[in-house]
Design a protein around this ligand. Structure first.
Ligand code: DX5
Ligand code: ZN
Length: 306
């Protein structure tokens, strides 16, 4: 999951862009409103035209405008990763999609909450992504529409069925809780949840945590877990400590599973005992020989004596 941060709700736009650029979001989401296709918050285009001055993040451009052509051209030279236009703007739709592609930029179609999802299906061959609006376009800070959850699942299934390489983005009303409802999406756009607080990065971390929360485990991992035998926790020996290894950790080293170490230790113990026994016998033998020699030396003497 990638995060594209929107600065539409920031009171001070330039400052918002600069501060978002200091975070670890993957993309900067640029909302363009013309007041014709939708009423809403308009960010002066003279600022957007110079956005490269304030950020080095890749741009995810969302055109909520009736005549996208001029904006497509302008953003084509601005470190833009993707340009999304609305399916509701029917005039020159295919032409504009092609124009975006001609610039070598990913092209996306956005769909409003009230527009039927099926309307995007005929464009599957001409687009890289679909952006699902989880609220009416124009403003940030609106509540997430619950029907979005089903819509995303349906779209995901359709893309899979047709074996297409199309990503899904969800925009509007994304926060720590609603993000859990849009797990099927590849990119999430979040604005006010991030920018309403002083610490942007902290909010972004909360989003990522929210996405991870209650994430269903992949099937394979579950089965692996079943197979794994519970192993007793072992105290770390000084030797192991020196080596910087901790065998009491739940995760065994690749080739050094606790049971193997146990076996190895028994082997070492056995060898040690054998060695000591051998040593003792050797010492005993040597002692005996010495004694015999001594006695032998004494013998002739005693013979003499005799
Ligand atoms: C709304 C815009 C969104 C908006 C998201 O028309 O397209 O990108 O800024 O903001 P939040 O996350 O506050 O809904
Ligand atoms: Zn947007």
């Amino acid at each position: 999951m990638k995060i594209a941060a929107s600065f539409l709700s920031c009171r001070k736009i330039v400052e918002g862009i600069e501060r978002l650029s200091q975070t670890d979001v993957e993309l900067l989401h640029v909302d363009v409103v013309d007041g014709k296709f939708v009423k809403g918050r308009k960010i002066p285009f003279r600022i957007l035209k110079k956005i490269y001055k304030y950020t080095s993040k890749r741009l995810d451009v969302h055109l909520m405008v009736q005549k996208p052509k001029k904006y497509i051209k302008a953003f084509s030279t601005m470190n833009t990763e993707r340009i999304t236009i609305h399916i509701e703007v029917e005039k020159d739709l295919e032409k504009n999609l092609q124009l975006i592609r001609n610039y070598g930029i990913q092209c996306g179609l956005a769909i409003n909450p009230k527009t039927e999802l099926e309307k995007v299906y005929p464009y599957f061959n001409q687009i890289d992504s679909i952006l699902i609006m989880a609220a009416e376009p124009g403003y940030g800070g609106q509540p997430f529409l619950p029907e979005t959850e089903e819509k995303i699942k349906k779209l995901k299934a359709e893309i899979k069925k047709r074996k297409k390489d199309i990503t899904i983005t969800v925009d509007c009303g994304i926060n720590q809780e609603t993000i859990q409802k849009v797990r099927e999406a590849d990119i999430i756009v979040s604005g006010s949840f991030i920018t309403k607080e002083e610490n942007f990065q902290k909010q972004i971390d909360l989003l990522r945590k929210g996405f991870e929360k209650e994430k269903p485990e992949p099937k394979e991992r579950k089965e692996e877990k079943k197979k794994e035998k519970p192993t007793k926790e072992k105290k770390t020996t000084t030797k192991e400590k020196k080596k910087g290894r901790n065998f009491s950790s739940k995760e065994p080293f690749k080739d050094e599973k606790p049971e193997n170490i146990e076996k190895q230790n028994t082997k070492i113990e056995k060898k040690k005992t054998e060695k000591t026994e051998y040593k003792n016998t050797k010492i005993e033998k040597e002692k005996m020989e010495k004694k015999e020699k001594k006695d032998g030396k004494k013998e002739p003497k005693s013979k003499k004596e005799r």
